[in-house]
Unconditional design. Sequence first.
Length: 263
Amino acid sequence: MTLQFYDLSNRWGHGMPQWPSSPGINVSVRKFHARHGVYQTEFEGIMHRGTHMDAPLHVTENTPDLMGYHMSQFFGTGVAVSIPKGKWEVITAEDLENARPKIREGDIVMINTGMHHKFGDTDEYYAYSPGLYKDGAEWLVEKKVKLVGVDVQANDHPMATKLVDHGPGPTHPHLIQEYKDYTGRDVKDDFPYWEAAHKVLMVKGGIPGVECVGGDLEKVTGKRCTFMCFPWRWPGGEGCGVRILAVIDPDQSFRFETGNVNG
């Protein structure tokens, strides 16, 4: 038996693609082998960069931080499902219901829209991506899944973020008219709530949300896997970079022991 290991994380570090808001990650060399005998770097930047996990505190005051999630939510069986989506399309409850392998209660769920192939410092990835919204997030909460990751710019559709007229936005006011020209509808009619998927998943459901899933996602899509996705042990943390590992047993014979004396 040979287990297969896959990394579902995007590259982290200096020059990585950034969500178009706060300054990016800057990495500086502080110690050099030639001078100090060791090599040491220092980074400055927020944690909401690259493949990362959000906590309820990120979107709602007086709610749990990263330590509010139980560690069991970061490890377990789940599915990577294909839900192909294009520009500004929504991942709906119906899409999730029809996804295969079937999403079960207690699953970790990784959603492949195809956007991870376009991860980059571009409008296509950050401004024009598809995404979850209120009804899809509510379906996942009702299904009682324990973690959700998506291969797009955020846990929410970009038209439900501050890119347009939500919260401290619009940071990208041109998108409001572009959306109307493209769809024939008003942004606020289609997306009246600010970051509804974030708030439904994390605040209402207590479900960790992971953004910018990528890496080997394609290789595990359509399969049941064992997932591992751990943030730092950080009291007060509202977000944290994560490295997602998917493990597959090709023979489907490997099982983790229960830890109980009787098996």
